[in-house]
Design a protein around this ligand. Structure first.
Ligand SMILES: NC(=O)c1ccc[n+]([C@@H]2O[C@H](COP(=O)([O-])OP(=O)(O)OC[C@H]3O[C@@H](n4cnc5c(N)ncnc54)[C@H](O)[C@@H]3O)[C@@H](O)[C@H]2O)c1
Ligand SMILES: C[N+](C)(C)CC=O
Length: 505
């Protein structure tokens, strides 16, 4: 599909229709692979948040919830399936927009769109299954009481998402929230909102009841903050940086508003000396160079057994040098640009600080010479790293891997856990018992054995420590948007008998 010269001009998606932002402001959209401005998106402010939340509230309670929040799950499933079908129809177009907006290779964007459709389908099934799980009985120790559990939608939810997998990260929240019967206001990242706005178009096309999903684009401080602090938003589900996550938690705490937080990471990949080196190298590359390393769970700390470290690094450098870095629309591209000039500068600063602190830039570390425009960075491998260095401690969110050697399993685990983050970790070894031991020892929400990064909608996703709390995907993803209500019935004809009845005289 040829790249359009401009992208569609959209408004905010509120109450089932398009609206210009109240203050009339818009933000430019820059294609990071060419640095060309290709369009703009609306910049919502508190006034628009007010309208979006009000539309979501109306939709939640309309006709006593009969059309959405209290409708049979099959009703909501029908809409989720219809969204999935439209995503599949428009896969090529949506992938193209995602690539133009974010700089990720078109093949990766196409894969993301398949995951988006699969996620809507998956939660359609959960919407249907939910009805069968209502009124689950609780066994009580007293015969004159009966108790059961209702799972009810939390209400209006605010969904705030990042730019690295723009539509996919939004879908991980939108699909389960809608399956549960919530209504939502989605605030995608100002750096990549195009495909999320297209989701608004899809909701209009399939006739999703107005207000069930509202999409407001704009800056975090102007649109995300008023959504977080809005008294009629019942929960915030956030994916983004740890710094923003802390701010969201502080704001939400003022209203004791529940939050779930999917935050950053600095995940380890441990490679032992009993492996097929080329196979392990490919996983190390996929673990830190896919999506130009802009992956929350990127295994950006590579721990190599000292016996294979030299051979491994030689092969890693050779493989890294053979990656096709190009305009992300070119066939076979495996490393596109990073998302923005700001992100480019930030990553370059990390590399120069590592150099200043005494680390060695073994490979990469610069703009590829054949690309004069666009925010491209070579896959970068950094050695001679100490655990006090910034490159070891902080999330880069770019194609930069730092390497340390270890001698024993114990040392490998200590290094792996030497981080404030706890999102993911990986181990590669032919000794599966050792892999099992290490999967228990790593302090993270996700562990990969003999691979890095594969992600399935059925399996829980989320972190520990400063990587956040709560789990997305699978049944856990649905639970994020359900409130558990206990209903207990006194079922004896006899009076309870705690107080003495008053005298009838
Ligand atoms: N754990 C996960 O599953 C996961 C997945 C993807 C990305 N991430 C993390 O996301 C980060 C990269 O994304 P980013 O740069 O978009 O993060 P970010 O924190 O800068 O922004 C995320 C979202 O929050 C909004 N925001 C910013 N300030 C806000 C405020 N004060 N109040 C409310 N909303 C505000 C932004 O507009 C954006 O929509 C990385 O740290 C990455 O690890 C985590
Ligand atoms: C969850 N994942 C890997 C798709 C995106 C994280 O940044």
């Amino acid at each position: 599909m040829a790249a359009p010269s401009a992208i569609p001009r959209r408004g905010l998606f509120i109450g089932g229709g398009w609206r210009e932002p109240s203050l009339g402001r818009r933000l430019p959209v820059v294609n990071p692979a060419t640095e060309a401005t290709i369009g703009d998106i609306p910049a919502a402010t508190a006034e628009d948040v007010e309208l979006a939340v009000s539309a979501a509230r109306d939709a939640f309670g309309r006709d006593g919830g009969r059309h959405w929040s209290r409708a049979p799950g099959a009703v909501r499933a029908k809409y989720l399936k219809a969204i999935a079908a439209k995503i599949k129809d428009k896969k090529s177009y949506l992938a193209l927009l995602e690539t133009l907006d974010s700089g990720k290779p078109l093949d990766e964007a196409a894969g993301d769109m398949e995951d988006v459709a699969a996620c809507f389908e998956y939660y359609a099934d959960w919407a249907e299954a939910l009805d069968g799980k209502q009124r689950a009985p609780i066994s009580l120790p007293m015969e004159n009481f009966e108790s059961y559990v209702l799972k009810e939608p939390i209400g209006v939810v605010g969904l705030i998402t990042p730019w690295n997998y723009p539509l996919l990260m939004a879908t991980w929240k939108v699909a389960p929230a809608l399956a549960a019967g919530c209504t939502a206001v989605l605030k995608p990242s100002e750096l990549a909102s195009l495909t999320c706005l297209e989701l608004g178009g899809i909701c209009a096309e399939i006739g999703l009841p107005p207000g069930v999903l509202n999409i407001i684009t704009g800056l975090g401080t102007e649109a995300g903050a008023p959504l977080t602090s809005h008294p009629h938003v019942d929960k915030i589900a956030f994916t983004g940086s740890t710094e923003t996550g802390k701010r969201i938690m502080i704001t939400a705490s003022q209203m004791v508003k529940p939050v779930s937080l999917e935050l950053g990471g600095k995940s380890p990949l441990i490679v032992f000396d009993d492996v097929d080196i080329d196979k392990a190298v490919e996983w190390a590359m996929f673990g830190c160079f896919a999506n130009a390393g802009q992956v929350c769970s990127a295994t950006s700390r590579l721990l190599l057994h000292e016996k294979i470290a030299k051979r491994f690094l030689d092969r890693l450098v050779a493989w890294a040098k053979s990656i096709k870095i190009s305009d992300p629309l070119e066939e076979g591209c495996r490393l596109g640009s990073v998302v923005s000039e700001g992100q480019y500068q930030k990553i370059m600063k990390f590399i120069s600080t590592a150099r200043c602190e005494g680390a060695t830039i073994l490979s990469g570390g610069a703009r590829p010479q054949h690309l004069k425009r666009g925010f491209f960075i070579e896959p970068t491998i950094i050695t001679n790293v100490s655990t006090s260095m910034q490159i070891w401690r902080e999330e880069v969110f770019g194609p930069v891997i730092c390497v340390k050697e270890f001698r024993t399993e114990r040392e490998a685990v200590e290094l792996a856990n030497d981080t404030h983050y706890g999102l993911a970790g990986a181990v590669i070894s032919n000794d599966l018992e050792r892999c099992e031991r290490i999967s228990k020892a790593i302090q993270s929400g996700i562990v990969w054995i003999n691979c890095s990064q594969p992600c399935f909608v059925q399996a829980p996703w989320g972190g520990n420590k400063r990587s956040g709390f709560g789990r997305e995907l699978g049944q856990w993803g649905l639970d994020n948007y359900l409130s558990v209500k206990q209903v207990t019935k006194y079922c004896s004809d006899e009076p309870y008998g705690w107080y003495r009845p008053p005298s009838k005289l």
